[in-house]
Design a protein around this ligand. Structure first.
Ligand SMILES: NC(=O)c1ccc[n+]([C@@H]2O[C@H](COP(=O)([O-])OP(=O)(O)OC[C@H]3O[C@@H](n4cnc5c(N)ncnc54)[C@H](OP(=O)(O)O)[C@@H]3O)[C@@H](O)[C@H]2O)c1
Length: 189
């Protein structure tokens, strides 16, 4: 569910979320998620719904890793999916561009591949877009790329300390306010 400004011409986004929950409960989709949601909106979803978002797709790039939402995802067992993670590498701050170029040079990879590898190592589900075969191959090859060190990760903006971070206990997939959403027994989702 895409949220630009939380307005919808025909309904509220809360109602759209309810429709997604229904589709999920009926087994018509395997997972449901939101896009362009901050922590306030994410907390709002979980406050009225029985299923918390499985995926959050937000803008992120080296130097802007969306810390608060990342932490929310870790605590709520949601997949974080960054978009535009390599689209604007040419307009980043000079300092960040230089840091990325230095790390890329050390790894003998392009800045695009290095940025993608960075996000991969944060645990994000990356979705780079390309129409060039060579770029597609390069992007797939980041799974074989040399790991970025902890210092390199910090340089590119990864400062979250996940030590001791606990998942939210509450079972949002359960029954809330009498609106039970059933999953079939043994069903793999
Ligand atoms: N939820 C939202 O609000 C939202 C907003 C925007 C985008 N998205 C989604 O996010 C996904 C990613 O798209 P994006 O537009 O954000 O862009 P992106 O993947 O961050 O960047 C795409 C740009 O990077 C270039 N590129 C990719 N790999 C490269 C490589 N190895 N070397 C050099 N250049 C490379 C591509 O050019 P070439 O084609 O020349 O390789 C293209 O210009 C898409 O699925 C899109 O639909 C979602």
């Amino acid at each position: 569910m895409h949220c630009e400004d939380t307005k919808d011409p025909e309904a509220t986004w809360n109602e759209s979320w309810r429709a997604l929950e229904k589709a999920y409960a009926e087994g018509r989709v395997m997972s449901i998620g939101v896009s362009n949601f901050n922590v306030t909106l994410l907390d709002e979803v979980t406050s009225f719904s029985s299923i918390r978002p499985h995926v959050v797709q937000n803008w992120a790039e080296p130097g802007h890793v969306d810390d608060d939402v990342r932490m929310w995802c870790f605590r709520n067992d949601a997949v974080y999916q960054p978009y535009a993670s390599v689209r604007n590498l040419h307009t980043m701050s000079e300092e960040m561009a230089q840091s990325l170029a230095t790390i890329a040079q050390a790894k003998k990879k392009s800045t695009h591949a290095t940025a993608l590898r960075f996000f991969l190592q944060t645990g994000a589900a990356i979705i780079p877009r390309s129409s060039i075969e060579e770029h597609l191959r390069e992007n797939i090859d980041i799974f074989n790329m040399e790991e970025l060190t902890a210092d390199e990760m910090k340089t590119l903006g990864w400062h979250l300390d996940l030590e001791g971070v606990e998942e939210v206990e509450e079972d949002h997939d359960g029954d809330e306010e009498g609106e039970e959403v059933e999953e079939e027994e043994g069903e793999e989702l």
